[in-house]
Design a protein around this ligand. Structure first.
Ligand code: SAM
Length: 262
């Protein structure tokens, strides 16, 4: 028996938990509603649980996969004119090279979910929508509102750029091997016009990272040396509050106040 005909041994380091539940697979494809000419990029096709039903509805599909054994299997199963395989680390993948109006889909490797979401955010201008499976706890942080215990740096930085909706939960037994955590599918749609554009997005990122870096401390402490008492007063933001209490718009106002003049 050739190596590839044998069962693939899942690699933990690549976050390999393969979807095996037909209802969930159909639910994800249904949520995406792919149309033949769409420019779809699947992250981590793995053994093809989503790849095959997506390709059934598309002219062609781009996939980004790091595991060479899985790539070899995909090559055997699908013609190169229809399945365009990008071999390598998705954290280094240039989504801009694929085109515009991209639709991103994936049952993501959970060990890289946060950096991957930040990378996708950097390409938001090229992206039409994103449908991804993640750890449920991460999805809850993404969609949390100010004041919620889950409201975090990830919530602010993604809500700055995307309209997000949790679609449905997925229990561990829908995967093989079963992950130790619950999962959920989430949809992200980049705003055509940002609701609260920051003058300097790097500054916004810095303010938010510092404010949530020590989330139990007050803004007066976490933003010391960056925002003065007068600036807090001018902005009408309570310096004794914690990061969790602020809205995305508040963070943008702070970043705008401390950004160098344009
Ligand atoms: N889509 C398949 C499914 O639903 O059954 C597999 C999902 S599995 C959770 C994650 C996939 O991402 C695996 O195929 C894994 O090899 C791939 N992967 C992990 N890290 C990656 C990376 N840094 N870049 C690209 N692909 C990666």
């Amino acid at each position: 028996m050739s190596g590839r005909a044998a069962r693939h041994v899942p690699r933990k380091r690549f976050g390999q938990n393969f979807l095996v539940d037909d209802g969930i697979i159909a639910g994800i494809v249904e949520a995406v509603r792919p149309q033949r000419g769409d420019a779809v990029v699947e992250i981590g096709p793995g053994l093809g649980a989503l790849t095959t039903p997506l390709l059934d509805r598309l002219d062609r599909l781009h996939v980004v996969e790091i595991d060479r054994d899985l790539i070899a299997r995909l090559r055997e199963r699908h013609p190169p004119a229809r399945l365009l395989i990008h071999e390598g680390d998705v954290l280094e993948f240039d989504f801009a090279a694929v085109g515009e109006g991209l639709r991103v889909v994936g049952n993501l490797p959970y060990n890289i979910s946060t950096p991957l979401l930040f990378r996708l955010a950097a390409f938001a201008g090229r992206i039409r929508d994103i449908h991804v499976m993640l750890q449920k706890e991460v999805v809850e942080r993404m969609v949390a509102a100010p004041g919620d215990t889950e409201f975090s740096r990830l919530s602010v930085m993604l809500q700055y750029r995307f309209d997000m909706e949790k679609l449905f939960d997925v229990p561990p037994e829908c995967f093989d091997p079963a992950p130790k955590v619950d999962s959920a599918v989430v949809r992200l749609m980049p705003f055509a016009v940002l609701p609260h554009p920051a003058r300097d997005e790097a500054m916004l990122g810095e303010v938010v990272a510092r404010a949530f870096g020590q989330r139990r401390k007050t803004l007066r402490n976490t933003l010391k040396g960056m925002v003065t008492a007068e600036q807090f007063a001018q902005l009408g933001i309570d310096a004794g509050a914690r990061a969790q209490a602020l809205s995305v718009a508040d963070f943008v106002r702070i970043a705008d106040a401390v950004a160098a003049p344009a």
